[in-house]
Design a protein around this ligand. Sequence first.
Ligand SMILES: [Zn+2]
Length: 164
Amino acid sequence: MAIDFKRLRLALAELSKMPAPFEGGCLCGAVRYRCEAAPLWSGHCHCNACKKLSGAPFTTAFTVRTEHFHALCGDILSFSRTTENGQGVRSRRCAGCGVWVWAERDARPDFRAVLATTLDDPRALPLVAHAYVSEALPWTPLDPALAHFQKMPEDELPAPRAQT
Ligand SMILES: [Zn+2]
């Protein structure tokens, strides 16, 4: 399915209007975070690593600038892995309850990917895209209103989305 860029731009504009600051945290409450600005990207990821790491058929996350993401408290557990592109990624979890709260990629230190289900109000997050639909399970419904990317969105977009 080709990317509908007009629709994608509209979804990104909607996301940029998400009220900030907003907060979230883990299940036991030890880890809390605050985001000082609206996310730059959001969506579902169907990659096999997300399935294993979350125990769910896909994850839903949003991207914020590292300078706008503040972990407020709590001990953090880290798990490092290497992606199929050879990039290092760290998953950050609460050391108490084990909930996966955010991820960091070595190649993109200026950004944090935060698990949307840790938000205090996940319903407030507008979604933009499905990523890694090539690895989506056959029984996972895909929203046709969202942009579909076979793998990572930045590998398929024609220009950097850094203007946001
Ligand atoms: Zn916890």
